[in-house]
Design a protein around this ligand. Structure first.
Ligand SMILES: *[C@@H]1O[C@H](CO)[C@@H](O)[C@H](O)[C@H]1NC(C)=O
Ligand SMILES: *[C@@H]1O[C@H](CO)[C@@H](O)[C@H](O)[C@H]1NC(C)=O
Ligand SMILES: *[C@@H]1O[C@H](CO)[C@@H](O)[C@H](O)[C@H]1NC(C)=O
Length: 142
């Protein structure tokens, strides 16, 4: 009986873990779409270790990048520098504690004049630009 119980507890723990984190390390794709009114959007995303480079997007165009979130500790943080003619902002586009594996490992965003919106399966969550939101500001060197 005791053995059965501990087996059950083990099983439940295992199941709980699987729903939170995939069994094997899995890549997440961040997708950023330029939804500005009529401006090209230049963006530069990086984390502490990887620089995804500078890209410029025309209106309605989407840029994607993929990475493995940290498997053991939810500490992965990607931030982007967004620039268009009138404005320049930083935003934490992927915060592992906030975003996890998003929806089927896809994290789509739309960038608007007022701020970025996270597209969820049945809703959207919009953020207002706020430069101080960037935690790893100082790792931008140029
Ligand atoms: C969009 O921008 C282009 C280039 O700046 C300009 O020629 C065009 O008239 C603009 N269109 C609208 C609808 O504002
Ligand atoms: C971008 O997409 C929106 C919505 O589909 C559309 O109304 C708009 O005309 C598109 N703009 C450009 C420049 O393609
Ligand atoms: C982030 O960098 C910008 C531009 O260099 C600077 O103006 C801003 O004060 C910095 N924010 C923080 C929180 O360090």
């Amino acid at each position: 009986m005791i053995i059965l119980c501990s087996l059950l507890v083990l099983l439940l723990q295992f199941k709980g873990r699987v729903t939170a984190v995939p069994i094997l390390p899995t890549k997440v794709t961040v997708e950023i779409t330029n939804k500005l009114n009529n401006e090209s959007l230049t963006l530069h995303c990086k984390d502490k270790y990887n620089d995804k480079g500078v890209v410029t997007l025309n209106v309605n165009k989407t840029y994607r990048f993929r990475f493995y979130p940290n498997y053991f500790f939810p500490l992965t943080l990607y931030f982007c520098h967004f620039v268009w003619i009138e404005a320049e902002y930083y935003f934490n586009i992927y915060v592992q504690k906030r975003d996890g594996y998003c929806f089927h490992n896809r994290c789509p965003w739309e960038v608007l004049e007022n701020g970025p919106c996270k597209i969820k399966s049945e809703s959207r969550e919009c953020f207002i630009w706020k430069t101080s939101y960037v935690e790893k500001n100082n790792t931008f060197s140029s």
